[in-house]
Design a protein around this ligand. Structure first.
Ligand code: PLP
Length: 298
């Protein structure tokens, strides 16, 4: 087995000099730390809204990776929340407005946020740009230790319960961040949620992709309530184009412990290798990691 330290290249790009920026739908750019949300905004008080996070690569013009997929999911989330459909052209312009200064070789995280707003005043729309976190840059190079945590719901809990907002990327991420703090308490950096029966769902901010039987595999969205990941989709599209078999299906924690490699994938982190799962060391496949990263960037 190849060890990560020998083979995984640190693909970090300079990010520290990325200027934070904020733009407000209908108003344009404001100071990055301006007070853009009223104290009674329901996004703040209830987590009532939805968001998207994208990776942006600097250049002329900058590349907003997977923008159309993200806008599709933004629309689906807004619909699930009975919020007005986002105006794609207006959001595309808002997103572009905060990305104009990114130079070649720079990368940044772009966030689009839509909240139900202040009662009577209508939704709030924001775009923010910030540097990629140092923890993400490190994890791309080193991989992560992951613990499994029970989410407490059956594999098909969302099939007949749309009010649970499965598949919607809502602002209510307090459970997700609590799970990440629990991971740190357990000496890990990230989480895979499971059902009480030990079936794997997703990470708090990432999709699970693993290699087994020569196939790249992932968990189905839909009844599981997991988010349909734009990064997983890009990985599978690239894999299929390259003749690498893919499959979507449920799996247990035991299946993942026996996998040939496991990754957490999401827009800004890209593909990060899982080096241990509940303390159990997983094989390293830096060659496949490199392919995943190539497919994500296409
Ligand atoms: N699952 C959850 C719960 C997420 O929050 C995210 C992204 O933040 C993902 C999966 C991965 O989605 P994407 O690849 O579109 O970033």
């Amino acid at each position: 087995m190849t060890t990560r330290d020998e083979t995984v290249q640190d693909e970090a790009r300079p990010t520290a000099d990325v200027r934070r920026r904020t733009a407000v739908l209908g108003a344009g750019e404001v100071a990055w730390d301006a007070a853009v949300v009223g104290a009674d905004d329901l996004g703040l008080g209830r987590g009532d809204g939805c968001f998207e996070t994208l990776r942006v690569l600097g250049g002329d013009p900058p590349r907003l990776v997977g923008l159309e997929d993200h806008l599709d999911r933004f629309e689906r989330s807004a619909r699930a929340l009975d919020l007005p459909a986002p105006d794609r052209a207006a959001w595309t312009a808002l997103a572009a407005a905060v990305c104009t200064e990114l130079a070649d070789g720079q990368e940044a995280a772009l966030r689009l946020l839509l909240t139900r707003g202040t009662p009577g005043a209508g939704p709030t729309g924001l775009a923010t740009l910030r540097p990629v976190g140092a923890d993400i840059v490190t994890q791309r190079a080193t991989g992560v230790d992951v613990v499994t945590l029970d989410r407490g719901t059956a594999l098909d809990a969302h099939a007949a319960a749309p009010w649970l907002l499965g598949g919607a990327k809502t602002l209510s991420y307090a459970v997700n961040t609590a799970a990440l703090r629990e991971a740190v308490r357990r000496g890990a950096q990230d989480v895979l949620f499971t059902t009480p029966a030990g079936e794997v769902l997703e990470g708090p901010t990432a999709t699970a992709v693993w290699l087994a039987g020569g196939e790249l595999r992932t968990v189905p969205a839909g009844a599981t309530g997991i988010l349909a990941g734009t990064t997983q989709r890009a990985v599978f599209a690239g894999a299929q184009a390259a003749g690498q078999p893919t499959a979507t299906g449920t799996a247990t924690v035991a299946d993942l412990r026996a996998a040939d490699a496991l990754w957490l994938v999401s827009s800004v982190r890209g593909a990060v290798e899982v080096r241990t799962l509940d303390g159990h060391a997983l094989p390293a496949r830096p060659d496949v990691t490199a392919s995943l990263r190539r497919w994500i960037e296409v």
